[in-house]
Ligand binder design. Structure first.
Ligand code: RUB
Length: 306
């Protein structure tokens, strides 16, 4: 595997690249590098090399179907084309195709942020958790659309991604307040809307996102506040269709407490599951859809035969 690709894998593992979209885009970028710099002599050898790079990327964060779907799609294309094209042509065609995918993702993201902006009422208080580039994209779009609103960002222990959100929004001129995660209930009393990202959506429409998201969804329900998740359709986790569960990544306990006293056990799940019944809707590139419809719309978009 190419050195630059290995570096991307380690950046994803260490959260220097974080958030499902950034991870998926970086993985596509890594596959382009791998193909371009490959020394494979035949198309079949290239397919094998790319499969290995894809598997290593996919294993870097286990709860990332957007990345997995992109890798599977790339493998499928390469396997199909290997019979038709020599290795040199295949490399060029693959890079062009994947670059076009990246551009398409940007256009879809723009559409999604438009729909998301439409959801934000004037003078709203929006509560968010963790750092989702899709959520910050919507909020920045709402600002451009002339909406007046403020944001409460939960800091998100143990890796403080809420600080990334707060810094990014402040830089965009958005009124933002950072709170500790334990203040979510108090802040919810004044909130009009919760907007969080998504790592994975199951066939039941359940949401898997940064740990603590389900707690916020419960609080939102308690205070009768709408709870939306911003999720491209490619965050659909295919294998949940067949009864398999999405694996919840468990990270190093040192992120929580590096030298705990003897006898203290530590758990560090990176994500949790919010049941579809708590979700007012998913903001997707096709519009704002009910959680129960996510599967159908995603299957259509991803060409999954039901
Ligand atoms: C990030 C997180 C984000 C989603 C969506 O977790 O849970 O809400 O990934 O992000 P981590 P985006 O920091 O552990 O990667 O909207 O950018 O895809």
């Amino acid at each position: 595997m190419q050195t630059r690709v290995r570096r991307i894998v380690s950046d994803i593992k260490a959260l220097r690249i974080q958030g499902a979209r950034n991870i998926a885009r970086s993985a596509i970028g890594a596959l382009i590098i791998e193909a371009k710099e490959s020394k494979a002599k035949t198309s079949d050898a290239l397919v094998r090399e790319m499969k290995l790079a894809g598997d290593t990327l996919a294993a870097s964060r286990p709860t990332e179907p957007m990345m997995r779907n992109a890798i599977e799609d790339a493998n499928r294309y390469l396997a199909g084309e290997a019979k038709k094209q020599d290795v040199k042509r295949l490399k060029t065609a693959f890079a062009a195709r994947e670059n076009a995918q990246l551009e398409r993702m940007v256009r879809e993201f723009e559409r999604l942020t438009e729909y998301g902006s439409g959801l934000i009422p004037d003078n709203a208080v929006v509560l968010t958790h963790c750092h989702s580039s899709t959520v910050t994209g919507i909020l920045k779009r709402a600002k451009i659309d002339g909406k007046r609103f403020s944001v409460v960002a939960c800091e998100t222990r143990p890796r403080w991604q809420g600080r990334i959100t707060a810094a990014e929004l402040a830089k965009a001129g958005i009124d933002v307040t950072l709170v500790v995660d334990g203040a979510a209930n108090m802040m919810m009393k004044k909130a009009d809307l919760c907007l969080v990202g998504a790592d994975s959506i199951t066939s039941k429409g359940d949401l898997i996102n940064k740990v603590g998201t389900s707690m916020i969804a419960h609080l939102a329900r308690m205070h009768d506040v709408s709870f939306f998740s911003a999720a491209e359709l490619s965050k659909f986790s295919r294998f949940t269709m067949y009864g398999e569960r999405e694996k919840i990544e468990e990270r190093d306990h040192a992120e929580v407490w590096d030298r705990p006293p003897r006898g203290v056990k530590i758990r560090n799940p990176a994500f949790d599951v919010t049941a579809s019944s708590y979700i007012s809707g998913y903001v997707t590139e096709m519009g704002v859809i009910p959680a129960q419809s996510f599967f159908n719309v995603a299957a259509q978009k991803l060409g999954i035969d039901i």
